[in-house]
Design a protein around this ligand. Structure first.
Ligand SMILES: Cc1ncc(C[n+]2csc(CCOP(=O)(O)OP(=O)(O)O)c2C)c(N)n1
Ligand SMILES: [Mg+2]
Length: 204
């Protein structure tokens, strides 16, 4: 069970939403329902069910669109299940990717079972060991708000471990309404829109 010092994940997400600009966001697990209500119809692709896949999905988007920031909102149990993805991201070294880890110590989505190591796992050390350009832990909302603008300007791949409590909703209590393939399609349309509009005016 998370101690009282943990940040509310919804507060963390609101702080990120306030400064994300036109970044693509990849939420997963319990960050997903809250993100959908905080940033509806934005440029996001939810990673559902695929534990540990959010950073790989984010990596693909970051490599495809180096002109955009990509913010991955990951779960601690999920990352543990695909630890090798840290080396994959670090090896590809996307300058535009920030990997936020919501460390609540449990598999909240599947019933809040404890994750291996509980809260004692040091993901910052792991990300640094894998070769992320920057890795840091933040467990205070004021500090997070203070550091976010600089984090978003800085060079990635960056890793931020956030000590959070349990979310109000999970993907089991709020079902994702938009199928994954539809989300990808919608994101693609939004990402290509400026180019399409530019070529349409060039044709005219
Ligand atoms: C390979 C695999 N095993 C188990 C599951 C079932 N499952 C779905 S969500 C989840 C827990 C996710 O925990 P975490 O990444 O810590 O995110 P949180 O729910 O705490 O936000 C589990 C075990 C799954 N989707 N895939
Ligand atoms: Mg968790």
């Amino acid at each position: 069970m998370a101690p009282d010092i943990a940040m509310k994940p919804e507060d963390v997400l609101r702080a990120i939403a306030a400064v994300r600009g036109d970044a693509i966001v990849v939420p997963t697990m319990t960050t997903a329902p809250a993100w959908r209500s905080i940033a509806p119809n934005d440029l996001s692709v939810t990673c559902v069910g695929f534990m540990g896949g959010a950073s790989s999905l984010g990596l693909g988007l970051a490599l495809a669109r180096p002109d955009r920031r990509v913010l991955v909102l990951d779960g601690d149990g999920s990352l543990l299940m695909q630890l090798g993805s840290l080396a994959t991201v670090a090896g590809a070294a996307p300058r535009n990717l920030i990997h936020f880890l919501f460390k609540n110590g449990v598999y909240h989505t599947s019933g809040a079972q404890g994750i291996p190591g509980g809260l004692s796992v040091d993901f910052v050390m792991m990300a640094k060991g894998a070769g992320y350009r920057m890795a840091s832990a933040i467990d205070d909302l004021g500090e997070l708000k203070h550091r976010l603008p600089e984090l978003l300007r800085g060079e990635g791949p960056a890793f931020v471990e956030l000590r959070t409590g349990l979310a109000e909703q999970t993907p089991m209590t709020v079902r994702e309404r938009t199928p994954f393939h539809q989300q990808l399609h919608d994101a693609r349309v939004k990402l290509l829109r400026p180019r399409a509009a530019a070529s349409a005016s060039a044709d005219a």
